[in-house]
Design a binder for this molecule. Structure first.
Ligand SMILES: [Cu+2]
Length: 275
């Protein structure tokens, strides 16, 4: 009897484990991998994509820095080349004709970025607008939804607003986990972390960035962690972060069309401590 009870208990535990595993698989998403080589993108997972959430990994395998921003081409006449030209220009028109979903603006050789997006049906392109990009683009299309999918489970949220970051992260956040980054403003925003060595350096760089784009070299080392590049209003990305303990400036360096200053000069500048 006792043995039978133990067995049925074990069975109940096993079925609980199976249920937990099944729940964990509810948020299984298609996986897209983008590898930036010296002069081209290699991609897997872009064929037969359907509307819903998708996980994206970007890796820079080339010798130069590369980025991979994701845009949806909304207007019928909008092409990847036209969109890239508009983005590279100094003044963005009020009507873009495309939507910026985010992504990573810059990776060095060997670095990776992990994130997730919610895709609606349409035409898309991953593009590298960095100076080394030379128009590197990878177009793809997304069809109608064929099932349901869920966004990644996030440890917290960093809201992008006009013009501030609003933080909803765990107390004593350890710098790790997937962070939800919604743009709740009316402007395009981005999110970058800059590691500084101490509070004095944080104050120094905050004062510089509150005035405009910095002149001269950035803080020593490799201090930049790019979380989200340009994201249109209403767009959300989910970014996997792994920030080492330390002090960081969170900045939006997107240019304000009126003043030509970065959004840090308008208030998108925070100091956060990772423990
Ligand atoms: Cu901004």
């Amino acid at each position: 009897m006792r043995f039978a009870l133990a067995l049925s208990l074990f069975a109940a535990l096993a079925s609980a484990a199976v249920t937990a595993a099944a729940n964990a698989h509810v948020d299984t998403r298609p996986q897209v991998s983008i590898v930036a080589n010296a002069h081209s993108f290699a991609a897997t997972g872009l064929r037969n994509l359907h509307a819903g959430y998708v996980d994206v990994t970007v890796r820079d395998a080339g010798p130069l820095t590369h980025g991979a921003g994701l845009i949806r081409l909304d207007d019928p006449g909008m092409t990847p080349a036209r969109a890239a030209k508009i983005i590279a220009g100094d003044n963005l028109p009020a009507h873009l004709g495309f939507t910026l979903l985010g992504g990573v603006p810059q990776l060095s050789h060997g670095q990776s970025w992990h994130g997730a997006f919610k895709l609606t049906p349409g035409r898309y392109v991953f593009f590298d607008d960095g100076e080394n990009g030379k128009g590197m683009m990878r177009p793809f299309t997304v069809g109608a939804a064929t099932g349901t999918s869920a966004p990644p489970r996030a440890v917290g949220t960093v809201e992008l607003r006009d013009f501030a970051f609003v933080w909803h992260l765990p107390k004593n956040w350890n710098g790790r986990g997937i962070v939800e980054v919604p743009n709740r403003g009316a402007e395009i925003h981005e999110l970058t972390f800059i590691k500084v060595h101490n509070q004095a350096e944080a104050r120094k760089w905050s004062a510089i960035l509150a005035k405009g784009y910095p002149q001269g070299p950035p803080p020593k080392g490799d201090p930049m962690t790019f979380a989200a590049c340009g994201q249109s209003p209403g767009q959300t990305s989910w970014v996997k972060l792994h920030l080492e303990p330390g002090i960081y400036l969170a900045v939006c360096l997107f240019p304000d069309p009126k003043t030509h200053k970065p959004h840090t000069a308008l208030g998108m500048l925070s100091t956060i401590t990772v423990r």
